[in-house]
Design a protein. Structure first.
Lengths: 95, 485
């Protein structure tokens, strides 16, 4: 699979990334080389291989059910863009 | 031609842990906004989740209680979607390897018949925060105290055929999770929430298209939402229309439902294994230790009530299904030293008051001890049933007042007169003042006489200000009248 200049322009717009005119060819080429690598990987036969979710030979550690976190609301809300009455404010969402 | 309804439920059960599923922040209900939302719950960069052992144990206990397979290896996945009350941008849940495999829950219906509802699986996941849409002038307020609260989501097979069965199942499940102590069962606080999948079809035809109504947090709303959705689907189909696969929202306050999103607009959750959490491996001997710690299940409790207290199947079922109800019953029966009377009062007067005021039995203004004390006074003849209801009302209406039934009886001067001498005097007086009625009584046909007693009893009760023991009044009156004829 290869992608064209127009695909890169569209992706850049969707991802809100500015790619300059002089960079657009180089970007298209490097992404295409990654896709070539993916094609190579996909050629491998994996029918008998169990999907590996994690490379570690370990199991999940569990913690005791005791409260260990203090109330740090003030610290967290200092760096929030907008707060009121202890709530974080976000642009209105309604389902 | 008739229609068949096919219902499947998904139930979110908040686990009664002290802390979140992946962080050490408290899960206590009712705290000020965001005071129990730590860096992990807020999805701050660089944080990692660590799984709460208690949440895992509670999920296993549930599995054991419904005779399900417990998966010795389970794993967490990420369910991706964007919503401001989900700061990570994904919910950590279990998709392919849930901790609890297939099981069954038996329900009992009003006609006494039993039905098995199969459980497809139950998995561990985290709750989201809460969005408040009012009061912020074009903005929404987000409280993340609930974010990361441990849940098990229980998914049934589509084995439920109507609202009655759904209700019986929901109540049974509520009783089960509260009895084994993994959930506080407080519906009004969202501790148990139901999603209902409904479709209809003609008998012997393939399954119809289903809709999902989400987030029902009371038994009554669930029952009404199902009835409404079944009627809507039948109407649409009988008018020649088709059912759209969609998610619907039910508003209990207005008893109305609307479409939230259709299948075409449905989210693609892009599930993938959570790289922050390793597979959860459970040892068989740990499962056996948990099995040994399981408390009495409602089914066993019911059998015990039938055997020890000679309660009927139906009565025993109602009193044993819910752990709080069972606890209340046993406590009041012990004080009253009479299980049958305690059962009658709980299922009668108390349940009527709880239902009409939508009060949880845990918040009953009349305690089990108070009710037990009241029953003691009915049994020893101190008060009549009618007086007992007055006392009960007084206890109910003064929740802060810790008075005993005896205190109220004293205050209201409700002592029943059971002194036979006093009653005879009352009867004699009324008979002496009712010469005409006595003459009529004597003349009347024997079959008409019982009806004529009402006049005398009424006069006697009035003369005693309602405090004469009615049973004794009847006996004495009959004896004296018969002697006059």
């Amino acid at each position: 699979m290869t992608i064209e200049r127009a695909d890169i322009e569209k992706l850049a717009k969707l991802a809100q990334i500015g790619i300059t005119e002089e960079n657009i060819v180089a970007t298209t080429n490097s992404i295409n080389s990654v896709l070539t690598l993916v094609d190579q990987l996909q050629a491998a036969d994996t029918t008998a291989v169990e999907p590996m979710a994690n490379p570690l030979d370990a199991t999940q550690r569990l913690r005791a059910d005791t409260v260990s976190e203090a109330n740090c609301r003030e610290n967290f809300q200092n760096i929030a863009p907008a707060v009121a009455d202890g709530l974080y404010l976000v642009p209105r969402v309604i389902e | 031609m008739s229609w068949e309804t096919v219902i499947g439920l998904e139930i979110h059960v908040q686990l009664a842990t002290k802390t979140k599923i992946f962080s050490g922040a408290s899960t206590a209900f009712g705290a000020a906004p965001n005071t129990q939302a730590c860096a992990i719950d807020l999805a701050m960069p660089g944080t990692l989740p660590v799984l709460n052992k208690k949440a895992v144990d509670m999920a296993i206990l549930f599995g054991l209680a419904i005779d399900a397979e417990i998966n010795l290896v389970s794993a967490f996945d990420r369910k991706n979607y964007f919503y401001p009350d989900l700061p990570k941008g994904y919910q950590t849940t279990q998709l392919d390897k849930p901790i609890v495999g297939p099981g069954t829950v038996e329900i009992t219906l009003a006609d006494g018949s039993h039905k098995n509802i199969r459980i497809h699986h139950a998995h561990l996941e985290e709750d989201a925060g809460k969005s408040l849409h009012e009061d912020f002038d074009g903005m929404s307020g987000i409280d993340l105290n609930r974010a990361g609260t441990p849940l098990i989501e229980i998914v049934t097979e589509p084995d439920i055929s109507n609202a009655e069965e759904a209700l019986a199942f929901a109540k049974k499940l509520h009783g089960l999770v509260t009895s084994i102590g993994i959930c506080d069962g407080k519906m009004s606080q969202g501790s148990l929430r139901f999603d209902v999948n409904v479709s209809v079809r003609r008998p012997d035809e393939p399954l119809g298209t289903r809709t999902e109504t989400k987030n029902l947090n009371s038994f009554r709303f669930m029952e009404k939402a199902i009835a409404k959705e079944v009627a809507r689907q039948i109407d649409v189909l009988e008018d020649g229309g088709t059912i759209r696969q969609e998610t619907r929202l039910y508003d209990g306050d207005t008893d109305s439902a609307r479409s939230m999103r259709s299948k075409e607009e449905a989210n693609d959750y892009r599930y993938f294994p959570c790289p922050d959490l390793l597979p959860v491996v459970i040892e068989q001997n740990h499962i056996e230790a948990l099995r040994a710690s399981l408390p009495e299940l409602p089914e066993a409790r019911k059998k015990r009530y039938m055997a020890d207290y000679s309660l009927s199947d139906y009565d025993a079922g109602i009193l044993s299904d819910d752990a709080s109800m069972a606890h209340y019953f046993e406590a009041s029966a012990e004080v009253a030293d009479d299980a049958k009377l305690a059962a009658n009062w709980i299922m009668g007067e108390l349940s009527a008051q709880l239902n009409s005021s939508e009060t949880d039995i845990n918040d009953s203004p009349v305690s089990a001890e108070q009710l037990g004390g009241l029953i003691v006074r009915i049994k020893d003849g101190s008060i009549s049933n009618k007086m007992a209801r007055t006392v009960f009302e007084a206890l109910w209406n003064n929740p802060a007042d810790k008075s005993s039934a005896d205190d109220i009886i004293e205050q209201l001067g409700l002592k029943q007169v059971s002194d036979s001498g006093a009653i005879e005097t009352l009867v004699d007086e009324v008979i002496a003042n009712s010469a005409q009625q006595v003459a009529n009584y004597a003349k009347a046909d024997a079959s008409k006489r019982p009806k004529m007693l009402g006049y005398f009893v009424g006069q006697i009760m009035k003369a005693s200000k309602g405090q004469a023991n009615p049973q004794q009044v009847n006996e004495v009156l009959l004896k004296k009248l018969d002697a006059l004829i």
